[in-house]
Design a protein around this ligand. Structure first.
Ligand SMILES: Cc1ncc(C[n+]2csc(CCOP(=O)(O)OP(=O)(O)O)c2C)c(N)n1
Ligand SMILES: [Mg+2]
Length: 370
């Protein structure tokens, strides 16, 4: 399988605070390129689902790129731990692998990272500390806590990135994970992706105690803040960079409630008929991707944008062709890797004589009442 060569700008998967200070327009152009790649891929995946070429269901990240792309670019992919949600294709693309690897997952073909056992974006790259998505909301957060703790115990300077939807923020695992991470002083950035809906339920019907989810941080004794990831990508990059720096310096968790968007509803089948009149228009008007493009068009990189857009569109199409040409998985191998190989027998034979009889009883009878 020959993977198409990505556009040169996608060779860079990292942004550091120094890059933002030295060349903000260059940093924004790279962020734009990744956001557009994720958006184009998500849109094409939706098209192919509607044509019956992708099965299962498709939960797109359209609208969430302004959150996940800046954060994934700023994370240290060599040491950090992450677990992306079903809105995180952009994060997967930046973290590791090639677009073709991720498309193989959607096509559930023989080359898919889950060997076609799991649907659409329910995959990860455990070797590179990207823990696969778990459908039961909230549970991935506890995995990030455990994996970050384990990396620290190995002496590695890892921090964790845990993502929570506004809906999953009400699950018990999230509370347990925030509590434990704080208790153990773990450097984890908890990010609530607040796109204002869980399926068709608006946030106004989800909580008994207030809509400002970042305020929950106080209940755990950690810092919390709100960030609008739809407005200004430069500000998003700066805020995430400062938050990452703070988590590293303090070694403590930090909670960010990020305002984000879910532009295509919950999943491919969602008609969004529960939205109020004008609500969809307002969401599309808030989309950070065209806003970032307009900003770049007015700046020093403006002349490059049309060519970059065309290059990214062509790259995505080439990748789709390669992934679609992969064979179907062989059902014969479906049971492989499900169970650990049998362990060697324990060198111990149970026997009533194997322990010397102790003179003192192991339990004391209670004193008889007088
Ligand atoms: C514990 C649990 N309850 C319910 C579901 C079904 N479910 C899947 S996605 C979803 C909505 C999640 O909303 P949110 O956390 O806000 O994330 P979003 O889809 O908006 O990104 C629900 C209820 C689930 N997967 N797990
Ligand atoms: Mg939501």
């Amino acid at each position: 399988m020959v993977y198409p060569k990505p556009p040169a700008i996608l060779a860079g998967r990292d942004l550091r605070p120094a890059d933002l200070a030295a060349d903000l327009p260059g940093a924004l152009l790279r962020t734009y390129a990744w956001m557009l790649t994720a958006r184009t891929a998500d849109n094409r995946i939706l098209d192919l689902f509607r044509q019956g070429l992708i099965r299962g269901t498709v939960t797109g990240g359209q609208g969430n790129e302004g959150l996940i792309v800046p954060l994934a670019l700023l994370a240290d992919k060599d040491v950090d731990v992450i677990s992306l949600t079903h809105r995180g294709l952009g994060g997967h693309l930046i973290w590791s692998g090639h677009l073709v690897d991720h498309l193989n997952q959607y096509f559930a073909n023989a080359a898919s990272p889950t060997k076609a056992r799991e649907g659409n974006v329910h995959h990860g790259d455990p070797k590179h500390r990207s823990l696969p998505m778990i459908s039961h909301l909230g549970i991935m957060v506890s995995n990030v806590v455990g994996a970050t703790d384990s990396q620290r115990r190995f002496g590695r300077p890892a921090m964790g990135f845990a993502f929570i939807g506004d809906g999953s923020s009400s699950t018990g695992d999230v509370h347990e994970s925030l509590n434990l991470a704080t208790l153990l002083n773990l450097p984890i950035l908890f990010v609530i992706e607040n796109n204002h809906y869980a399926y068709s339920t608006p946030v106004s019907e989800q909580y008994a105690a207030g809509l400002e989810l970042w305020r929950r941080a106080a209940g755990y004794g950690i810092e919390g803040l709100a960030l609008d990831c739809t407005a200004d990508v430069a500000a998003t990059l700066q805020t995430f960079a400062a938050a990452i720096d703070k988590v590293h310096r303090t070694g403590r968790p930090l909670l960010i409630e990020a305002n984000t968007l879910r532009l295509r509803g919950h999943a491919a089948y969602d008609t969004c008929d529960y939205l109020k009149p004008g609500e969809a228009d307002a969401m599309f008007a808030a989309d950070p991707l065209p806003k970032l493009r307009a900003r770049l068009a007015a700046g020093s990189h403006g002349a490059k944008l049309d060519a970059l857009d065309a290059e990214i569109a062509a790259f995505v199409e080439e990748c789709l062709k390669v992934a679609m040409a992969q064979p179907r998985p062989d059902p014969a191998g479906m049971a492989n890797d499900l169970f650990a190989p049998p362990a060697p027998p324990i060198p111990w034979v149970p026997s009533i004589d194997s322990e010397p009889v102790s003179a003192t009883p192991k339990t004391q009878n209670p004193k008889p009442k007088s």
